[in-house]
Design a binder for this molecule. Structure first.
Ligand SMILES: C[S@@+](CC[C@H](N)C(=O)[O-])C[C@H]1O[C@@H](n2cnc3c(N)ncnc32)[C@H](O)[C@@H]1O
Length: 184
């Protein structure tokens, strides 16, 4: 799998899988208090998946991954995990095909920072369509600022809160929590 990373770091969007410290921080920010499934976007080799599975059972977690080899890696590593092979832009349809029309929380390991705003909008918009207004979208990034820029946040009616900072990761990463303004 490291080979896959070395061959296509731009598609994967990272120089290495998330450290266990970053994975734990991402999982800790998942809001489990709402009913419904937890959806992970961009499972990769399963670093964050593993941390999420320490907090929720297999029945409650769905992991979306569009790379066929990585989806297969996830299935081999976590045989009971519900792996959804597909593009996060199509999240609502992908989950509807699984009989899921509501999620409690979305935890994203996608390389959101490197995506054009139009794609960011599609993915985050789909996540909030699935979660409803009270949902939380959790995202890590290597940059100093929110990977969703202020004008997009304003357009989408979202608030951004830096909810974690993990030095023990290559490179160090920040965790952001996005919620609908006024929803809580
Ligand atoms: C930065 S890696 C993170 C992997 C893992 N979550 C981690 O933290 O180590 C991003 C992952 O998102 C996947 N990905 C990128 N764009 C995607 C999309 N539009 N839909 C689904 N998965 C996507 C990539 O194939 C890759 O596995």
């Amino acid at each position: 799998m490291l080979l896959k990373w070395l061959r296509s770091p731009f598609k994967i969007g990272a120089v290495a899988p998330s450290s266990r410290y970053l994975a734990r921080e991402m999982a800790a920010q998942a809001d489990l208090s709402r009913p419904g499934p937890i959806v992970e976007l961009g499972g990769g080799t399963g670093a964050i998946t593993k941390a999420l599975l320490a907090r929720v059972n297999h029945e409650r977690l769905f992991t979306v991954e569009f790379d066929r080899d990585l989806a297969q890696t996830l299935r081999s590593r976590f045989p009971r995990l519900q792996v959804v092979e597909g593009d996060a832009c199509e999240l609502v349809a992908l989950m509807a095909a699984r009989g899921v029309d509501r999620a409690a929380c979305v935890v994203s390991g996608l390389p959101l920072l490197g995506m054009p705003p139009s794609v960011q909008r599609r993915i985050v918009g789909a996540a909030f369509e699935l979660m409803g207004d009270g949902g939380r979208f959790v995202q890590f990034t290597y940059g100093p600022a929110s990977p969703l820029r202020p004008h997009l946040l304003a357009d989408m009616g979202l608030t951004a809160r830096r909810c974690g900072h993990v030095l023990l990761n290559i490179p160090p990463a920040r965790v952001w929590c996005y919620e609908k303004a006024g929803a809580r």
